[in-house]
Design a binder for this molecule. Sequence first.
Ligand code: SF4
Length: 105
Amino acid sequence: MPLLSCTARSCLYNKGELCTKGDIQIDGNTAKVADETCCKSFVERKDSATNSADTRNVCPTSKVDCKAHSCIYNREEQCDAAKITVTGAQACRCEETCCGSFCCR
Ligand code: SF4
């Protein structure tokens, strides 16, 4: 499982740029560049609670199911990279996120 960092701080699962969900889904069936991928697991944080920077109990690795078959790290729809970064600093929707570690074959 890759180490997962994520800049989508507006996501419900984001805590100090780590992901608390445990497993995520990356979309990008026809992706040739990173911008054509997205994190389908993004959920916009609706409450007024601020994103805590306390990451003490957050597991830094995550299971990553990934549809971006053209990525060199994709092994039978699982991400095989050691570390990935999901980006989406201004994201309000999953389409505004992407896997910044996508690397086309
Ligand atoms: S690095 Fe590649 S295989 Fe891993 S989640 Fe990103 S796009 Fe998918």
